[in-house]
Design a protein around this ligand. Structure first.
Ligand SMILES: [Zn+2]
Length: 94
């Protein structure tokens, strides 16, 4: 993998690190942890490789959609049906 990627903002060589991405849609939010990303050590700009950004985006969008569907299908007395979902790998990352 090419690692000498320059920052689009300040041209500093970016470092491959782990970061947390935060997404918000209406009444829900999702945090995706330990995402591999290029991060600029100077200005903090984050760049997620295209394929990874796409797969994370799809996962999160599906989650928001499922959560909304769950809200709409439960009886009024049971709503809100839940406050959040915790979703993790069973084995910790090295
Ligand atoms: Zn920068």
């Amino acid at each position: 993998m090419k690692t000498n990627k320059p920052c689009p903002e300040c041209k500093t060589i970016m470092e491959l690190k782990k970061t947390t991405l935060h997404f918000e849609r209406e009444e829900f939010y999702a945090d995706v942890e330990d995402v591999s990303a290029y991060i600029c050590p100077k200005c903090g700009t984050k760049s997620i490789p295209g394929k990874l950004a796409e797969s994370i985006g799809n996962t999160v969008e599906n989650l928001f959609k499922s959560a909304r569907d769950a809200e709409e299908t439960v009886e009024k007395d049971l709503s809100p049906s839940f406050s959040g979902i915790s979703f993790h790998r069973t084995h910790a990352l090295p």
